[in-house]
Design a protein around this ligand. Structure first.
Ligand code: HEC
Length: 108
């Protein structure tokens, strides 16, 4: 089960100010903050107003854990239900970094 922490909101605020200054060179974590966090939350729980409304699954739920990296890349590229497609908006390298970041969130 996920633990919801009260400092998630503070992290989101810090993340927002960081994302404004990090366009040039971005890691998976930076790209995640800029493009994904508004729905999936900083901790990958999907515990945001948009994530809850659209039913984004927590990244550490069994449904997501069972998916291969290839599956996750396909979802990010092509979208899935309410999840927007990011083909053309992110490079393959950025998407690979994002999958790594998702795994780091699953390990908590
Ligand atoms: C507008 C809200 C929104 C944004 C922005 C968004 N997602 Fe999603 N995402 C969703 C929703 C909703 C789902 C669940 C889709 C479903 O299965 O119905 C999802 C599913 C996923 C999944 C598959 C997990 C599953 O539920 O099977 C991955 C991986 C994922 N998103 C990664 C990302 C990444 C990486 C980004 C940023 C590049 C991102 N998402 C941006 C809403 C969003």
């Amino acid at each position: 089960m996920l633990k919801y922490t009260t400092h998630t909101g503070a992290i989101a605020l810090i993340a927002f100010s960081v994302s404004l200054t990090s366009f040039a060179q971005t890691s998976g974590a930076d790209t995640y903050k800029a493009k994904c966090q508004m729905c999936h939350a900083a901790d990958g729980s999907g515990n945001t107003p948009a994530g809850k409304a659209m039913k984004a699954h927590p990244f550490d739920s069994p449904d997501v854990l069972k998916q291969s990296d290839t599956d996750l890349v396909a979802v990010i590229k092509n979208g899935k239900n309410k999840m927007p497609a990011f083909t053309g908006k992110l490079t393959d390298a950025q998407i690979t970094d994002l999958v790594e970041h998702i795994h780091s969130l699953q390990k908590k």
